[in-house]
Write a new protein. Structure first.
Length: 507
């Protein structure tokens, strides 16, 4: 038996394991093993990502025709998040636009999507019947990671999720998170890991396609090969092959030792719109291309920021992929570090939140990236964007940030000025930054032509454009040896109390 996994630009096929069900990758030409997908496949899973924004599967495309044919034959199709949006009528991706920006879906599920942000770990209440949810008692679990998650329409409701945080506000509400088609063979849900977290969902899927024991054994074997194929390159159809581990000094130096913590690095900044996501994404791609296993974690709840990096690494969104600050996020720092000790990651990049100091004087502990860095003994690369106040102002700003971070005992491995528009001016301020901070590695990342994201990741982006541009830019301008020579490993000490923080802050 063959279960397809859609493998097109903008998709994130490694983001979850899909119950180890996929056996074959289905590319944009709609072919599997040289034959039409609907003739080869018994079922299809369409993953999340930016498939709709990227317009990777238009209604008149070869792959869309195969999806329509599979539906006509009654074969099961499951769309998750962006895959669900693809199966819907349309998605309004214009969260920051005064008018809707409509992306057309395939119209196989009678719902429309509009902006609603959620990055919660959730429990989903099953309210309807489907081949996927049959005989399940109690809720299904997983997580949301979407910007356009408000679902309305006439399709049969299947799942409602209990959300704790909506559009950056603490607000508990139940929202529709899954539907089923009238003929019952298509299910769409915005719950990631619905297969991985819920064994009965996998069992139901296998029963629906009448998989016997031999079929199940074959599916698992073919799934391993499918995963190997995904991990032959960074991203999708980039032709940037992942090297064999151990063939270069960088890989040897950074390779994780069993039972030890991997090399960890925080990408911190002086504020939003500094290029943290761009840097994190690019570095993730560089390190993965060199054969290293790269983990990605976000400080705070907004895991959407690390998804472009996971697009390049074809990496898994871990349960500990979000470090809690106060009550915001998924997992406490000590638990994150314990999980990393038992992981197979060689390098873990941790993207900060806003400025490293934002929230520090809130009496809730911890509430800033600086507190996380200090408590976990995690070194940092500090970056700032020069696009608002100019290079001269950015140099003074980042110098002040670096000196105060040093007061808190945080090890800064390098300073990056991002979006640099004039290299002569950068060279003029570089010496000032070095002499004032004592940090020799001061790096310029040039301004690139890329659609502006702003302070929050709601501006429509296409992973295949953003991620590859980040990889290329960082590869050309950043000395990766800066990470190679990191010697310290994370270890949780304790959080400073409010009075201790205030004393150092006012030093």
């Amino acid at each position: 038996m063959k279960i397809g996994l859609t493998y097109v630009k903008g998709a994130v096929p490694g983001y979850e394991n899909f119950g180890h069900l996929p056996t074959d990758l289905v590319k944009s030409n709609g072919l599997v093993n040289g034959n039409k997908a609907h003739e080869e496949l018994d079922a299809l899973i369409i993953p999340g990502g930016t498939i709709v924004e990227s317009e990777s599967i238009k209604r008149d495309s070869d792959l869309a025709k195969e999806i329509y044919s599979m539906n006509k034959e009654g074969k099961p199709i499951v769309g998750i998040c962006s895959g669900f949006q693809l199966l819907a009528n349309q998605t309004d991706v214009g969260r920051k636009s005064p008018i809707p920006i409509i992306k057309e879906g395939l119209g196989l599920l009678d719902v429309d999507f509009s902006p609603l942000i959620s990055t919660d770990q959730v429990e989903g209440e099953i309210v309807g019947d489907s081949f996927l949810t049959r005989n399940i008692e109690g809720p299904v679990t997983g997580f949301h990671c979407h910007t356009y998650g408000d679902i309305k329409g006439e399709a049969k409701p299947l799942i409602y999720s209990e959300l704790k945080k909506i559009n950056y506000g603490n607000k508990r509400e139940k929202h529709l998170s899954g539907v089923v088609s009238d003929n019952g063979n298509i299910v769409g849900t915005v719950i990631h890991r619905i297969f991985d977290n819920n064994p009965q969902v996998v069992e139901n899927f296998l029963q629906f396609i009448d998989a016997d024991e031999d079929d199940r054994t074959s599916i698992l074997e073919r799934n391993r090969e499918c995963v190997r194929n995904i991990n032959r390159e960074i991203g999708i159809d980039t032709n940037v092959e992942i090297r064999i581990p151990g063939k270069n000094c960088l890989t040897k130096d950074l390779k994780k030792q069993e039972g030890k913590l991997p090399t960890c690095l925080i990408i911190g900044s002086t504020g939003s719109d500094s290029g943290k996501t761009f840097m994190t994404t690019g570095l993730a791609g560089i390190l993965r291309e060199k054969g290293l296993n790269v983990g990605l974690i976000k400080i705070g709840p907004d895991i959407r920021d690390i998804v472009p990096g996971l697009y390049l690494t074809n990496g898994y969104m871990e349960d500990y992929g979000s470090i809690k600050i106060s009550n915001l996020g998924w997992c406490q720092l000590p638990d994150v570090l314990e999980s990393l000790k038992n992981s197979n990651y060689d390098v873990v990049l941790i993207e900060g939140v806003m400025s490293v100091f934002t929230g520090m004087l809130n009496r809730k502990i911890p509430y800033s990236g600086a507190e996380i860095a200090r408590a976990g003994n995690i070194p940092m690369i500090l970056t700032t964007g020069v696009n608002k106040g100019g290079i001269e102002s950015a140099a003074i700003d980042i110098t002040a940030h670096a000196k105060k971070l040093k007061d808190f005992g945080i090890n800064i491995k390098g300073i990056v000025l991002n979006k640099v528009y004039d290299m002569d001016i950068f060279e003029s301020v570089k010496g000032y930054i070095q002499s004032e901070t004592g940090i020799e590695d001061v790096i310029a990342i040039p301004k690139v032509k890329l659609e502006e994201r702003g302070a929050t990741p709601e501006v429509e982006i296409k992973f295949e454009d953003f991620a590859i541009k980040a990889y290329e830019t960082m590869n050309e301008n950043f000395d990766i040896n800066l990470i190679r020579y990191i010697e310290e490993k994370p270890s949780f000490d304790r959080y400073l109390d409010y009075d201790e923080i205030l004393d150092i802050y006012n030093k």
